[in-house]
Each structure stands twice: as C-alpha cells, then as structure tokens.
Design a protein around this ligand. Structure first.
Ligand code: HEC
Ligand code: HEC
Ligand code: HEC
Ligand code: HEC
Length: 156
C-alpha cells in the first residue's frame, strides 16, 4: 500500500495510544467496580463514602418537636400541618448551638410564594387558596393577622 494510506493510520494509532496512556494516569483507582465494565458504576466508589460523610443541612420537622413542642402542636392541627418547619425558617444545621436562633422572615413574599393567586390555575398548586398581593391588605405583614403556624383566622 502507498504511504498516504499508512501515514494517517499511524496518526490514528498514535492518538489512541496517547488517550490510553493519559487514561492510566488520570482515571482514579477506585473508578468503577471493574466487574461488568462501567455499566452500573460509572463513578468513583470512594465517592459514596464522601457523600455519606457530607453533613445534612435539613434536619426535618421531627427534630424541632422536642424543643419547640408548642409550635409543632399548633401547626400540626392547622392547614399548614404538611409544611416542613425549615421551609420557612431555613436549614437547621447546627441549631441550637450554632446558629442559636433560626431566621424569622416576616416578609409577605415568604407567604406569597405559595399564596399568590395563579393567573393560570390548573396546576397542582391551585388547591392552595390564593390572594392578590395588591388587593389583600397590601403592605401589612401577613403575620399581623394570620398566625403562620395556624393561619386559619376562624380558629385564632
Ligand atoms: C435542642 C433544642 C432545639 C431544637 C431541636 C430546635 N430548636 Fe429552635 N431554638 C432552640 C433554642 C434554645 C432557641 C433560642 C431561644 C428561643 O428563642 O426560644 C431556638 C430558637 C429558634 C428560633 C428563633 C426564635 C426567636 O424568637 O428568634 C426559631 C425560628 C427556631 N428555633 C426554629 C427551630 C426549628 C424550625 C427547628 C427544627 C428544624 C428547631 N428550632 C429545632 C432550641 C431548639
Ligand atoms: C409558613 C411558614 C412557617 C412555618 C411552616 C413555620 N414557621 Fe415558625 N414562624 C414563621 C413566622 C412568619 C414567624 C414570625 C411570627 C410572628 O412574628 O408573629 C415564626 C415564628 C417562629 C418562632 C419564634 C417566634 C414565636 O412565635 O415564638 C419559632 C420558635 C418558630 N416559628 C418555630 C417553628 C417551628 C418549630 C415550626 C414547625 C413546627 C415552624 N416554626 C413552622 C413562619 C413559619
Ligand atoms: C410552602 C407553601 C406555603 C407557605 C410558604 C405558606 N402557606 Fe399558607 N397554606 C399552604 C397550604 C398547602 C394550605 C392548605 C390548603 C388547603 O388544604 O386548603 C395553606 C392554607 C393557608 C390559609 C387558609 C386557611 C384556611 O383553611 O382558611 C391561610 C390564611 C394561609 N395559608 C396563610 C399563610 C400565611 C400568612 C403564610 C406566611 C406566613 C403562609 N400561608 C405560607 C401552603 C403554604
Ligand atoms: C389586615 C389583616 C390581614 C393581613 C395583613 C393579611 N390577611 Fe389574609 N385574610 C385576612 C382576613 C380577615 C381573611 C378572611 C376574609 C377574607 O377571605 O378576606 C383573610 C383570608 C386569607 C386567605 C384565605 C382566602 C380564601 O380564599 O380562603 C389567605 C390564603 C390569606 N388571607 C393569605 C394572606 C397572606 C399570604 C397575607 C400576606 C401576603 C395576608 N393574608 C395578609 C386578613 C389579613
């Protein structure tokens, strides 16, 4: 065969060899389980333990109950029962040591992200009663009238 056929072939072989060499250096030892190729384990197995050690920032509402029993009881019997405490107060990682207190946001936006009336109802969110920010007691904090832990005025 002529060299114009061989030369590009050598170039291709060279590139493949380079890739295999680079791979040997750069792919970590614990990548994949090497049993059935990388079919189900296209990751470093060591990464599993790294994520297990990662501190969980959200503690869940049960965590709050032991210390804020009254709040948990009030909310548990209200229409807001299914909302996790941390949805409004932020992640409780480290609380009550550090931070000693969690954030209290009294802004209307906190409530409006769930209660702003939908322009196009029909989504799964539309069963939550909506209000018009500009019509419904504008500029007054919602918690002046509604207890955020039990917003139903009839039961206040
Ligand atoms: C081990 C007990 C403990 C646990 C568990 C706990 N807290 Fe607290 N929390 C405290 C203490 C103590 C304070 C500071 C004193 C206070 O204001 O009641 C505090 C303060 C707060 C405050 C601020 C109160 C204020 O007046 O500024 C909020 C909000 C709060 N916690 C929410 C939560 C939420 C939500 C959870 C669950 C994710 C939680 N806490 C879990 C003990 C706890
Ligand atoms: C819908 C949002 C929302 C949820 C859910 C929520 N909170 Fe609150 N929380 C607030 C707001 C707003 C305030 C401030 C109330 C005020 O100024 O009257 C507050 C105040 C507090 C305070 C301190 C002030 C007080 O009234 O004593 C604590 C403690 C607290 N919440 C704990 C909790 C716990 C525990 C849960 C879960 C059981 C929870 N919150 C769920 C919005 C929420
Ligand atoms: C994470 C979403 C969410 C947030 C944030 C939220 N709510 Fe709600 N709210 C709900 C859901 C869900 C219901 C119950 C809807 C139902 O089942 O009818 C509800 C019910 C209500 C009701 C109707 C009670 C009744 O039955 O008449 C009022 C009033 C209310 N919320 C006020 C507030 C106020 C004030 C805030 C802010 C402090 C707030 N909500 C924040 C989801 C939310
Ligand atoms: C000045 C007091 C006051 C303030 C401030 C206030 N509300 Fe209300 N809200 C009421 C009263 C009274 C009702 C019951 C009568 C009605 O439906 O208008 C009500 C009803 C509601 C309802 C039930 C509507 C329905 O169709 O069942 C929701 C949801 C609600 N408010 C959310 C909010 C949110 C969110 C804020 C803050 C952005 C807020 N409210 C601020 C007094 C207030």
């Amino acid at each position: 065969m002529k060299s114009h056929v061989w030369r590009p072939l050598f170039v291709v072989i060279g590139i493949v060899v380079l890739i295999l060499l680079a791979r040997a250096f750069y792919v970590p030892d614990d990548f994949g389980t090497h049993e059935r190729g990388y079919m189900y384990s296209y990751h470093r197995t060591g990464n599993i333990d790294e994520w297990k050690a990662y501190p969980v920032k959200y503690q869940g509402s049960e965590y709050c109950q032991s210390c804020h029993e009254e709040k948990a009881a009030t909310m548990g019997a209200s229409p807001h029962a299914m909302i996790p405490c941390e949805n409004c107060h932020g992640a409780a990682f480290g609380h009550p040591e550090d931070p000693e207190k969690l954030a209290i946001d009294r802004g209307r936006d906190l409530c409006l992200r769930c209660h702003a009336a939908l322009v196009t109802p029909g989504s799964g969110r539309s069963y939550i009663p909506g209000i018009d920010d500009r019509q419904h007691n504008a500029d007054i904090e919602c918690s002046v009238c509604h207890n955020p832990h039990n917003p139903n005025l009839a039961e206040m």
